[in-house]
Design a binder for this molecule. Structure first.
Ligand SMILES: Cc1cc2nc3c(=O)[nH]c(=O)nc-3n(C[C@H](O)[C@H](O)[C@H](O)COP(=O)(O)OP(=O)(O)OC[C@H]3O[C@@H](n4cnc5c(N)ncnc54)[C@H](O)[C@@H]3O)c2cc1C
Length: 236
């Protein structure tokens, strides 16, 4: 079967869910860029960080001086189920380009949660909690999902083989199918994303992706990241 094959991620990759990943494709990011963006107000520039710069970053974050955190860029390559991408694309401050099911054949990979991730929802809107289901329910859920995916993909292939345009045939594809996209974002917007999507209130699947993005933020901008955490994980 000829399926659009994803670029195989090599380094800087964190695997997420059963077929997904977050790969940091490239970063132009440093704590020093924050410091120099702030100090230009006083016509000052530094080549290296010192203790006073750590304090400055903490001050900027606490006081919601957000713009110095915008002079950097993280370019991520992400593979995620469509229902996660939909949540992700709501984050408008950043740039996206996504795999097109108009131009390429849809992937035959679909999200099937691990048994321990099949949960039930209790409580009311705004205050749900999620509890694990009985093992039989978890297994039935996984089987039902697999059956739907198989049927949907078989229908998709039949339609494409009959000559139906991919842009139309894709209508049968479930939101559990995987998509890929590039996301370029600055640290300020990334902190906002992490703040909202790595939070307990966010859906478990996108949390795993946000956790991966958070690890890259911590790696590239450790002082900024620590200040963000200390400020209660609120983006400036
Ligand atoms: C737990 C959770 C549940 C959600 N449930 C729903 C839901 O049921 N339905 C739904 O539709 N969405 C839902 N969302 C999406 C949510 O409403 C936001 O669209 C999404 O989280 C993006 O957040 P953002 O606007 O802060 O990010 P971005 O779009 O990246 O914006 C970053 C910041 O830029 C500023 N900004 C951006 N655009 C504007 C603008 N047009 N005007 C003024 N300021 C702007 C704001 O300060 C904003 O915080 C949910 C999000 C979460 C985390």
């Amino acid at each position: 079967m000829s399926v659009a094959s994803p670029v195989v991620p090599e380094s800087h990759t964190i695997e997420v869910l059963d077929h997904g990943f977050v790969r940091l494709d490239e970063a132009m990011a440093s704590d020093l860029s924050v410091v120099n963006a702030a100090r230009v107000s006083f016509a000052r520039r530094k080549e290296e960080m010192d203790d006073s710069d750590h304090g400055l970053i903490r001050f900027l974050l606490r006081q919601s001086h957000g713009t110095p955190f915008e002079h950097n860029a993280f370019r991520f390559h992400i593979r995620a189920p469509i229902f996660i991408a939909r949540e992700w694309f709501r984050h408008r401050i950043g740039s996206f380009n996504e795999f097109s099911m108009r131009y390429a054949k849809a992937t035959d990979e679909f999200y099937v949660p691990d048994a321990e991730d099949v949960r039930t929802q209790v409580g009311k809107p705004g205050a749900y909690s999620f509890e694990q289901v009985e093992p039989e329910v978890a297994e039935t859920t996984r089987e039902e999902l697999r059956a739907v995916y198989e049927t949907a993909y078989a229908a998709y292939e039949r339609l494409v083989e009959m000559g139906v345009a991919r842009e139309l045939a894709r209508a049968v594809m479930p939101v559990g199918s995987y998509t890929e996209f590039y996301w370029t974002v600055n640290a300020r917007s990334l902190m906002n994303f992490v703040s909202l999507r790595a939070a307990e209130t966010a859906q478990r699947e996108i949390r795993r992706y946000a956790d991966a993005c958070e690890r890259f933020l911590a790696e590239e901008m450790p002082v900024t990241y620590q200040a963000f955490v200390d400020a209660g994980r609120v983006a400036p």
